[in-house]
Design a protein around this ligand. Structure first.
Ligand code: MG
Length: 376
């Protein structure tokens, strides 16, 4: 493999871990981060969390876990093509959704609503909370004690208020600066992955049609190319080939355009990337517009589709029920959560109590949340 670029993240210039640890030996530091993420409970639970379709809707749709794997696969391709740190990119991609609530965005919106008076709920910040604190399994520290660069990548967005409480990690949101290139890749890989797999799932669920999608130029162009080459494909192969070509088209553009943007700067280290106020990993204007058009299409026709809306409404009700019941009757929380309430004296401090309950709900899988709301 070609050597890393001088502006790639690397162990020698890493800002390190909060708690000092012995070297990982035959693994690299970022490989160790990735391994800890894969061994976390939050990662395993992604299998039973909604991407767009609630987990029990059908076994063939994406879940948060398969979404994270697709993000990581796209991210690694781009990182390798640009001679950036593939291990770090993989770690960030696999961890980026660890803080997602059950039921996708509907769950996150409902929990944010419930938490309005207690500091709100942001899933990005929650992902950081999972790896910094909520995973409690190592003898020497809480959380996974990941490197700064992985944590920097996980915290994709953050409100200014929260940024101010995060020290070094929050600085870039205040100064409007950028994270390293690996983090920038993970960010776009996320969008490329969901735009494409949600199109695929939408077609499979028969909530979208090929004709309808042809109103999006990204889709239509690939449709024309594929049907010209193979006019007699059955629908299943046609859709697979279309999605495959769309991903390839967008990823190729991303690599080309980012290479140009990187070459136009005079970079000699990752901190030069961080000091910029604009990202270097980006699509060309033309493809970005087409990608955005598809994204808006999905918002209008899939995420707000009657059937998806019905799932979202039910999901919101489930989360609100859980939150208000636990707030009223904290005795019904399981032992370990009650213990946390006690340790934090949260039985009397309502702000801490709400946060601990939000942590508990955010960690639930779809089906556990549903059965728990029925029990209560
Ligand atoms: Mg995601």
């Amino acid at each position: 493999m070609a050597p890393l670029s001088i502006y790639a993240a690397c162990e020698e210039t890493s800002r390190g871990r909060i708690h000092d640890e012995p070297d990982p030996g035959f693994r690299g530091q970022y490989q160790r981060d990735r391994d800890r993420i894969i061994h976390s409970s939050a990662f395993r639970r992604l299998e039973y969390k909604t991407q767009v379709f609630v987990n029990h809707e059908g076994d063939m749709f994406r879940t948060r876990l398969t979404h994270s794997l697709e993000v990581s696969q796209i991210g690694r391709t781009v990182a390798r093509a640009l001679h950036l740190n593939e291990d770090l990119t993989e770690a960030i991609c696999l961890a980026h959704d660890l803080g997602h609530t059950p039921f996708g965005h509907a769950g996150q919106d409902a929990l944010n609503d419930c938490m309005r008076e207690y500091g709100g709920f942001e899933h990005n910040l929650q992902s950081l909370r999972v790896v910094d604190y909520l995973e409690q399994k190592y003898p020497q520290f809480s959380g996974l004690n990941l490197t700064y660069e992985t944590r920097e990548g996980i915290l994709k967005h953050c409100s200014l208020t929260n940024a101010r409480s995060l020290g070094e990690l929050g600085q870039r949101f205040i100064l409007r600066q950028q994270p390293g290139l690996e983090a920038q890749i993970a960010n776009i890989a996320d969008e490329i992955a969901y735009n494409n797999h949600d199109t695929d799932d939408g077609l499979r669920a028969e909530l979208l049609t090929v004709e309808q999608l042809c109103s999006c130029s990204l889709f239509r162009e690939q449709y024309e190319l594929v049907t010209e080459k193979w006019p007699d494909l059955d629908e299943k192969r046609l859709i697979h080939e279309l999605i495959r070509q769309m991903i390839n088209h967008v990823v190729t553009d991303l690599v080309r355009n980012s290479t140009m943007k990187i070459d136009a700067e005079d970079l000699s280290a990752i901190d030069d990337v961080r000091a910029l106020t604009h990202p270097l990993i980006s699509l060309s204007d033309e493809v970005r517009e087409k990608h955005q058009q598809l994204k808006s299409f999905l918002h209008k026709n899939l995420y707000r589709h009657e059937r998806v809306r019905k799932m979202s409404d039910d999901a919101g009700d489930t989360v609100r029920t859980l939150f208000s019941k636990y707030m009223q009757e904290s005795g019904r929380l399981p032992g370990p959560v009650r213990l946390r309430l006690k340790e934090k004296s949260a039985e009397t401090d309502v702000q801490s109590k709400a946060r601990i309950i939000a942590d508990y709900i955010a960690g639930m899988t779809d089906r556990f949340a549903i059965s728990e709301s029925r029990r209560l």
